[in-house]
Ligand binder design. Structure first.
Ligand code: ATP
Length: 324
């Protein structure tokens, strides 16, 4: 195992590599108290300032993860945002992410799928109430712990009041994000809508072979009726998830409405109410955010950012497993 001095100083010992993303290696590790944690360590090239965009995203992820506390958001334990020793320890999920549990063309059973979506919606609802946007809702960023779904990866997230850059992953990005406008609560709702189709219909609403074609679909093509491709979904929920994909942000439903319909469809599988925060002092105001972000923050790009100039966390056209 590599030497990770800052983590070692905090008593965190890596055991094995779990995987690597665009900004970090992730290890299974034990913390000082013997608890299993996921240890994220900034990629060496990024730490050496070869890739300042990745280093900035990682620092952002460390700050946001340690700041936000909710049952349906990944729990951060400790971290260092900058420098060669930049690291983050997180709640470890042995079951892995939602991505690994979906097979293209095979929807999840309604109660299970709606329960997962309810968890993600609850995590988003809390974030929006705190004045933050997530900007990267996708199956790879939802981890599972039995019936509890947990939203993770805050590298692209920001506090609206402080401003930030439009970003996301192309299969999930709202039309306004493609146009380079700042992310809002409504653009997170759009990404949740895409996730809803994947989970409950077993297919994404928009597919294409190139970035430009995919952008065209998101900007111009109406989403297929969810009630047609997933007839098992209650009509009211199917309509809401389809409306989540409305081209105009103002036409999308709020999370309150979605939470209610998802809770009903999930039956008793829904593990926690929307407002459940896990730490004292954290309140849930349910505020709906304004449509535009404040002044843009300095440039912050991931290594796989597409040529469009948007801050995209994921290149949809690179070869990888899972639904495409
Ligand atoms: N908390 C966690 N528990 C269990 N496994 C994790 C955890 N966090 C990350 N992993 C594993 O490590 C891999 C890399 O995670 P990471 O968040 O760095 O990248 P990613 O989300 O796959 O990509 P990117 O951040 O570039 O979009 C994941 O694919 C997952 O297998």
């Amino acid at each position: 195992m590599p030497e990770i001095p800052a983590a070692a100083a905090a008593g965190v010992q890596p055991v094995r590599l779990l995987g690597s993303g665009s900004t970090a290696h992730v290890y299974l590790a034990y913390d000082q108290g013997g608890r299993q944690v996921a240890l994220k360590v900034l990629l060496p090239a990024a730490a050496r300032q070869d890739n300042p965009g990745a280093a900035e995203m990682f620092a952002n992820e460390v700050r946001m993860t340690l700041q936000l506390r909710h049952t349906h958001l990944v729990r951060g334990y400790s971290g260092q945002a900058y420098g060669e020793g930049a690291y983050l320890t997180l709640e470890y999920f042995p079951e892995g992410s939602l991505d690994g549990q979906l097979t293209a063309g095979a929807p999840l059973p309604l109660e299970r799928g709606a329960g997962i979506l309810h968890g993600v919606a609850a995590g988003l609802h809390y974030m929006h109430g705190q004045g933050a946007v997530h900007q990267d809702v996708k199956t790879q960023n939802v981890y599972l712990d039995g019936n509890r779904a947990v939203l993770a990866d805050f590298g692209a997230s920001y506090m609206i009041a402080q401003g930030g850059r439009a970003g996301g992953s192309p299969f999930y990005m709202a039309p306004e994000i493609y146009r380079g406008e700042g992310g809002t609560a409504a653009s997170d709702v759009y990404s949740l809508g895409v996730l809803g189709y994947e989970v409950l219909a077993g297919q994404r609403p928009f597919r294409a072979e190139s970035y430009e074609d995919l952008m065209g679909e998101h900007l111009l093509t109406a989403a297929p009726a969810l009630s047609h491709i997933a007839p098992q979904v209650p009509r009211s929920l199917a309509r809401l998830l389809q409306r989540a994909l409305a081209k105009a942000p103002a036409d999308r439903p709020g999370l309150d409405e979605l939470l209610e319909a998802l809770a009903e469809a999930a039956g008793n599988q829904s593990p926690a109410p929307a407002g459940t925060a896990t730490e004292k002092g954290v309140t849930e105001s349910g505020v709906r955010l304004g449509r535009h972000a404040a002044a843009p923050a300095p440039e912050c790009r991931a290594a796989d950012e597409p040529a469009s100039g948007l801050f995209s966390r994921w290149n949809p056209f690179r070869k990888k497993g899972g639904p495409s």
